[in-house]
Write a protein that binds this ligand. Structure first.
Ligand code: AMP
Length: 225
């Protein structure tokens, strides 16, 4: 469990305005107080702002974007297409985020599917089904998602959120062209969130092309001497 919370703050997840069923999921995971990145990001994301978050794993960054995204999606009752796309560097991270969606969203009707390379034809068919029948949140690695996009049946025209997580790692792994292709599939109206542990020029340039007037949130982890 993280120990990054400012215990003097009385702010909790209810005071951030999150849905009660979602708060039940957060409670059942034993999480009580938002971490700094959660306190700072959640209100802006709920307001519809684009966010550039500079934060490492261990700061609670995953919940910082998942909670407001799930909150916004479950408010809509007639959902027939993919509402949020989370692009991540590795299958491990895709699986981990998919599991976090199931845990936080346990008492809601949110649906999600991880999409990553290396699996067999049966899994490919399940992924295609999730992409075309309106699973709420897709968590995908860039190469595998582009395989589906190239086959022509992916329609992100009604996408509400595009999230790039661990963006610096994705660029280090050579995914820049794949990411640009994915961004080009999404509507201008979508809300963009970009999370990265570091902020080199390449990430700055990516964020300039992708985010619209973003709020920048920089959470520096203190390191032992
Ligand atoms: P992350 O930085 O997103 O990789 O999260 C690291 C770990 O912190 C995960 O195991 C989360 O379940 C946990 N976590 C997320 N938010 C909180 C919070 N507000 N309080 C305590 N633990 C948390």
């Amino acid at each position: 469990m993280l120990d990054l919370c400012d215990m003097s703050s009385e702010e909790n997840f209810s005071s951030l305005g999150l849905n009660e069923d979602l708060i039940q999921g957060i409670d059942s995971m034993g999480i009580q107080k938002p971490t700094p990145i959660q306190r700072e990001s959640i209100p802006h994301i709920l307001e519809g702002k684009d966010v550039l978050g500079i934060a490492q794993t261990g700061t609670g960054k995953t919940a910082a974007f998942l909670l407001p995204v799930i909150h916004s999606i479950i408010k809509e009752s007639n959902r027939t297409s993919v509402s949020a796309l989370i692009v991540v560097p590795t299958r491990e991270l895709a699986t981990q985020i998919d599991q976090a969606i199931s845990a936080y969203g346990y008492f809601t009707d949110i649906s999600s599917m991880p999409i990553y390379g290396g699996s067999d034809g049966k899994v490919f068919t399940q992924e295609k089904h999730a992409l075309t029948t309106g699973t709420d949140i897709i968590v995908a690695t860039p190469g595998r998602l582009n395989m589906h996009i190239n086959l022509g049946y992916v329609d992100f025209s009604k996408l509400k959120f595009l999230i790039l997580d661990e963006a610096d790692r994705m660029l280090d792994m050579g995914f820049q062209p794949d990411i640009q292709r994915i961004i080009a599939q999404t509507p201008d109206s979508r809300q963009g969130l970009l999370f990265s542990a570091t902020m080199p020029d390449t990430i700055f340039n990516l964020s300039r092309g992708f985010l619209n007037n973003p709020i920048t949130i920089n959470i520096a982890l203190s390191k032992p001497p």
